[in-house]
Design a binder for this molecule. Structure first.
Ligand SMILES: [Zn+2]
Length: 346
């Protein structure tokens, strides 16, 4: 089968991979319909994080082609959403709802497991990993939004939940990539009254407003902190979401968070320092991490299917499998918020 192959920094090309087959009775083979590139993929694309040479991609939706003899509740032809991590659903961590720590789990497009940026994927622990989408004849807009539930929309939701966003809150989001914009959408969905988006990019500011942002702060660093404190009467926000993973974004998040609040952090950390002084002397907590997407998908999927939200708007660049390298370039050069790779049809 054809699949995107990582050959090293800035070197991604279409190549051949063996057709996936059922290897364990708990497997399924999924034919990929839509996939996309994640901001976290850019770290290895830029050579700033290690990644094995080979298959890539951890965000996809597709159609079940085959299931193993132990798989219940999924049949050939089902449209499914794959969370970016596969998990057994039975270990202590999965049962507690923390699938990213599953003792037997892992992520797609890593350690030899097929990546989502290819024609098909062998999905381990299919029954406890995949989420079947009810209904049929879904619009392309709906399919794009369902795709974002694989990771980015769930990660934005995780940032908002981790920061304990409550109805009526004033909150702020640091980061205007797809995760940051998804956190704006999530905070608004959870009832935040005022959502401050930190972004100086006009197109992303517009998308933040479409997702529910009430204020946009184009400044960066200390100027951004001053602006947010000005907007909140010097108090700070009830919840700050850190959605980039850099030292500056973490510093900004802690600086705008009001005493007693929680910073929800979901950015893959690179050179991040947690200001323990703010934790101790201002009682500001830190929570977050890799999103348990499998836990959030059913709830968010219902909102997408009923048209209550359209997280797919973050996908502002599109190509097919042949154009996979351009999908990375567009995001790397910030010409795109998030790149869609159209691979098959439902
Ligand atoms: Zn588990």
């Amino acid at each position: 089968m054809r699949a995107a192959i990582y050959h090293g920094p800035h070197a991604i090309a279409l190549g051949e991979r063996p057709d996936p087959t059922i290897q364990l009775p708990t497997d399924a083979v999924v034919r990929v319909v839509l996939a996309c590139v994640c901001g976290s993929d850019l770290w290895y694309y830029r050579g700033e994080s290690p990644h094995e040479l080979g298959p890539i991609g951890h965000e996809f939706i597709g159609v079940v082609e085959e299931v193993g003899s132990d798989v219940r509740g999924l049949v050939r032809g089902d449209l499914v959403i794959a969370p970016f991590i596969f998990s057994d659903g039975t270990c202590a961590h999965c049962r507690a709802g923390w699938m990213p720590s599953c003792v037997a789990g892992g992520s797609f497009g890593n350690h030899g497991v097929d990546g989502g940026q290819g024609e098909a994927v062998r999905v381990p622990f299919a029954e406890t990993t995949l989420v079947a989408v009810p209904g049929s004849g879904h619009s392309d807009e709906t399919l794009r939004s369902l795709l974002t539930l694989s990771d980015v929309a769930c990660t934005g939701h995780h940032a908002a939940l981790s920061a304990n966003v409550q109805p009526g809150n004033t909150v702020a989001v640091v980061g205007d990539g797809a995760v940051g914009l998804s956190a704006v959408l999530a905070a608004a969905r959870l009832g935040a009254e005022r959502v401050i988006a930190l972004s100086r990019n006009p197109a992303r500011q517009a998308l933040a407003r479409a997702f529910g942002a009430t204020d946009v702060v184009p400044e960066r660093g200390e100027e951004a902190v001053a602006r947010v404190l000005e907007l909140t009467g010097g108090v700070g926000v009830d919840a700050a979401m850190e959605c980039v993973g850099t030292g500056q974004s973490m510093t900004t998040a802690f600086a705008i968070a009001r005493p007693g609040s929680i910073v929800g952090a979901v950015g893959a950390p690179h050179g991040v320092h947690v200001p323990i002084e703010r934790v101790i002397f201002s009682n500001i907590g830190l929570r977050g991490g890799v999103a348990p997407a499998r836990r959030y998908i059913p709830e968010l999927m219902a909102d997408v299917l009923e048209g209550r939200m359209n997280p797919g708007l973050v996908l502002d660049f599109e190509t097919d499998l042949e154009g996979v390298a351009s999908a990375y370039e567009a995001m790397d050069q910030r010409r795109a918020v998030k790149s869609l790779i159209r691979i098959g049809t439902v």
